[in-house]
Design a protein around this ligand. Structure first.
Ligand SMILES: [Fe+2]
Length: 304
């Protein structure tokens, strides 16, 4: 692990394989369960509950110690990013860092802001939503991370996500469930900020914290995660109708090969069926179409 304190970046060995990167492109998230030591999870909760004093490694320019004490008690306790124990064991957790390095390339930029989704349980489910300012597209210039510092079983209302909903706008009724990210203390969810999600219903009693923040790409994408010798771009499984084209485009973008990506439609690559007797046609075309991520600009961004 190389941690650059001055630039607030890190570098380490990537830990995800081609197939795991492709699964992330398809689902829009991945979960790491119980990877932070209990002592650190407890310390995080104590910090958020105001039971231990702040001890920043430095005071950012333009701020004072009392500014930091004020920030610690808000719903955006970003002062945690200045605690040496939090940096070492939560921000730079080895399992998390390896996955982030795989998705974001070398010299991953560390978060600058934390949101604490603090809930006094029991609480009804939140409506399904895409977060503010999400953008649909093949790019992965940042990923968002949820960190659960206490045990978060189903009855504590873990975040629910709808797989593949990071590729286009989705709506879902409040009565419908999704993938529940329940897990022991010290679990993470790495996800596309565009994914449809919500806080699940909780029926237990107690305080639930969930910290959310983004890690940032600082280098151009390239396929420098763990290569699988038998991974075949032509026969890999990218998903079904209406999905495969987006998943493949995202995967190509991450490989630094977005310029080589074209579609000819129908049952051509990247779509495929397990029952076909030969690889799909349409692989490697230099002319054709791109997926229409922008549609009618539902996310309110314009292409330049
Ligand atoms: Fe949200």
């Amino acid at each position: 692990m190389k941690y650059d304190k001055t630039n607030r970046t890190f570098d380490c060995e990537p830990t995800l394989t081609d197939s795991q990167i492709l699964t992330y492109c398809h689902d829009g998230f991945l979960q790491l369960k119980g990877v932070v030591p209990d002592e650190i999870n407890k310390r995080t909760c104590d910090y958020l509950n105001g039971d231990i004093p702040i001890n920043p490694i430095y005071i950012p320019d333009g701020m004072t110690h009392s500014d930091l004490e004020r920030i610690r008690d808000t719903h955006e306790p970003s002062t945690l990013l200045l605690e040496d124990w939090y940096i070492e064991h939560v921000l730079l957790n080895p399992e998390l860092a390896g996955a982030l390095r795989s998705l974001l390339g070398k010299n991953v930029g560390l978060p600058v802001l934390i949101s604490n989704h603090r809930v006094e349980c029991p609480m009804e489910a939140q409506p399904w939503h895409h977060d503010a300012d999400h953008v649909f597209g093949p790019e992965t210039n940042f990923v968002e991370v949820f960190y659960f510092p206490q045990d978060t079983p189903l009855d504590m209302g873990p975040t629910e996500l709808l797989p593949t909903s990071h590729i286009e706008p989705k709506e879902r009724d409040i009565t419908e469930n999704g993938f529940a990210s329940d897990g022991p203390a010290g679990s993470y969810v790495i996800h596309s900020q565009s994914i449809l999600h919500r806080r699940g219903e909780s029926t237990a009693t107690g305080l639930r914290h969930m910290l959310k923040y983004s890690y940032w790409r600082t280098v151009a994408p390239t396929r420098d995660w763990i290569h699988e010798p038998n991974f075949d771009f032509q026969t890999a499984s990218y998903g079904g109708h209406g999905v495969a084209r987006y998943v493949a485009h995202m995967f190509y973008w991450l490989c630094g090969k977005a310029d080589e990506f074209r579609l000819i439609g129908g049952q051509a690559w990247p779509w495929s069926s397990e029952n076909q007797i030969a690889p799909s046609y349409g692989f490697g075309h230099s002319e054709g179409y791109l997926p229409n991520w922008r549609k009618n600009n539902p996310d309110d961004y314009a292409t330049g």
